[in-house]
Design a protein around this ligand. Structure first.
Ligand code: C2O
Length: 577
């Protein structure tokens, strides 16, 4: 009784609670786990389309291993490079709060891991749930070095939708009947556009519409009446894709590891880098249905891989007729390659599930043009190095700067150790010259200047960026990805962004949160975020051919006040150049 009376004493109760709280906060959160993985980058024979290639893989797997974690968990991945190329791994969409050293883009946050060397990536998943992925961020290695990163709610917490019976990641990829590194090297040498891929893949398999692929086609089995979760990832190198399953409706519940307000659709469009989580209920006659993906190709007249990849959705109770014989699965009718209306209708259907905190006051109002260009053949260069249109070389830029990576220090190292001469902080907040971005652009504006320019942001700055596509050479849809952040997409449209007319249409209530925005062909997208993650963060088009040509820039986000707003020190094993 005495003890109880003591606790009842208000002063004592206060002390007792304080002690409890103190003990609780100093105890490690028992629910958060640390996952250790080893990634061995190595050449492995992989046979596709009747031919075997010595393919660069992780642990001999193509695609690589799926990592499964809970929100709040820590990942420790030791990457050992046993291949003959430099490599780095990027954890696409992971915020990397204060851990920029683990982000991965080569020469941006680290020097590449050279052959025979290793590097351990350590980072914690903070406040993200859904589907992300990881991929190489060095040359075109991500063509075969990639895998899924699945983030489930914290233990004891649940999805904001009925728990699905099964979950299946579906990675859409691109396969060259060649070494992808040779493909990009040839393009860099000639100045021409690189060869398009020979197949698309679902979980590494082209599917039975291609030669020599039938017996390895991916099969996803379902039970009548059950609802499953499909985690669709566009891990293709250079192509936006439509995705459809014959006769089945898809309920979209997440994108880029943010939940969305559920809506049903029969078709998805994903740009490279983007993910979409969908629920699918097996409510059709029990047989086989094709899961199919093919190009959304928005650039007029440009060559693209026009093949179709398939997997099979098979009902467990499908009668033997459908299951055992060569009865063809039901094929969905996919949108036309240039069906921009369908692509736009899809991206515009995405909303946050509820009201979100979108920055209203803006400290940094930035306008960035994104698009291709053509450089005249440099003086003294040979014809064979200028095989772009009319004897030019392809290039690409943001605000007329064609991004060049440094080669002897990473940008983050140069920033943190104050090494001069690696980059400049004069990336322009506006295009150096205003023009009719989506109209007939004068040839004098086609040639960007090369540079390693970053844009400096104060910690906590509220940022708005208008991403304006250009029609230089050709207008096309660009999947623009920002490292280290999720942003809100407050509006998108066609033509030139017009602040007077378009600002009124901003959705500042429940815009979708993403890490990759599909900037419409001949149009614009407006994104907003708060610069609360110090470091150097690349923003680029996720079509690898466009990064190769320089369609990138980087933000330098300063440290704030105190440890929690400051970039961590670099790990001891950070690779040097
Ligand atoms: Cu998914 Cu910079 O990349």
């Amino acid at each position: 009784m005495g003890a109880l009376r003591n606790i009842m004493n208000p002063f004592c109760t206060f002390l007792f609670l304080c002690m409890l709280l103190h003990v609780a906060s100093s105890m490690p959160k028992t629910s958060a786990k640390t996952h250790y993985h080893g990634f061995i980058i190595q050449a492995t024979p992989v046979k596709r389309l009747c031919k075997t290639h010595n393919t660069i893989t992780v642990n001999g797997m193509y695609p690589g291993p799926t990592l499964e974690v809970n929100n709040g968990d820590t990942l420790v991945v030791k990457v050992v490079n046993r291949a003959r190329y430099n490599v780095t791994i990027h954890w696409h969409g992971v915020r990397q709060l204060r851990t920029g050293w683990a982000d991965g883009p080569e020469f941006v946050t680290q020097c590449p891991i050279r052959p025979g060397h290793s590097y351990t990536y350590r980072f914690t998943i903070q406040g993200q749930e859904g589907t992300l992925w990881w991929h190489a961020h060095s040359s075109w290695l991500r063509a075969t070095v990639y895998g899924a990163l699945i983030i489930r709610p914290r233990p004891g917490e649940s999805y904001p939708f009925p728990k699905p019976k099964h979950e299946t990641p579906l990675l859409l990829g691109e396969w060259w009947d060649a070494n992808p590194i040779d493909v990009v090297r040839q393009a860099t040498r000639t100045g021409a556009a690189p060869n398009v891929s020979n197949a698309y893949t679902i979980n590494g398999q082209p599917g039975d519409l291609y030669n020599c692929s039938k017996k390895d086609t991916i099969v996803v089995t379902v039970k009548t009446g059950q609802t499953n979760l499909l985690r669709v990832i566009n891990s293709a190198l250079n192509q936006q894709l439509f995705f459809k399953i014959a006769n089945h409706k898809l309920t979209v519940v997440g994108a880029d590891a943010s939940y969305v307000k559920p809506f049903t659709t029969s078709v998805l469009m994903l740009g490279p880098g983007q993910t979409t989580d969908v629920l699918i209920t097996a409510n059709q006659p029990p047989t086989k249905y094709y899961i199919a993906a093919r190009a959304y190709a928005s650039a007029q007249g440009a060559p693209f891989d026009n093949t179709t990849t398939t997997a099979i959705l098979e009902y467990e109770t499908a009668p033997c007729l459908a299951k055992c014989t060569s009865t063809k699965p039901v094929m969905p009718s996919l949108p036309a390659f240039n069906d921009t209306a369908t692509a736009t209708a899809f991206t515009k259907s995405l909303r946050s599930p509820r009201k979100v905190e979108v920055p209203k006051e803006i400290d940094e109002n930035i306008f960035i043009t994104v698009g291709l260009g053509l450089n005249n053949c440099p003086r003294g260069a040979r014809r064979r190095n200028c095989q772009g249109p009319n004897g030019t070389r392809f290039t690409a830029s943001m605000n007329n700067v064609s991004f060049v990576l440094p080669s002897n220090f990473s940008l983050l190292q140069a920033h943190q150790q104050h090494i001069p001469g690696i980059f400049t902080t004069d990336f322009p907040a506006n295009p150096p010259r205003k023009f009719d971005y989506t109209g007939n652009v004068s040839r004098s504006l086609w040639q960007p200047a090369r540079g390693t320019k970053v844009y400096r942001l104060k910690y906590g700055a509220r940022v708005q960026i208008v991403l304006q596509g250009t029609s230089i050479f050709t207008a096309e849809n660009h999947p623009i990805h920002l490292h280290g952040y999720d942003f809100y997409i407050v509006a998108e449209g066609f033509g030139n962004f017009n602040p007077k007319r378009d600002t009124a249409k901003f959705n500042l209530v429940n815009p979708p949160q993403r890490n990759t925005a599909s900037v419409p062909v001949g149009g614009w997208t407006v994104i907003r975020f708060v610069a609360d993650n110090p470091g150097i963060w690349l923003m680029h088009c996720h079509l690898d051919v466009h990064i190769t040509w320089g369609l990138a820039m980087a933000f330098l986000v300063e440290n704030g006040v105190g440890e929690l707003q400051t970039l961590e020190p670099p790990p001891a094993d950070l690779p040097l150049c």
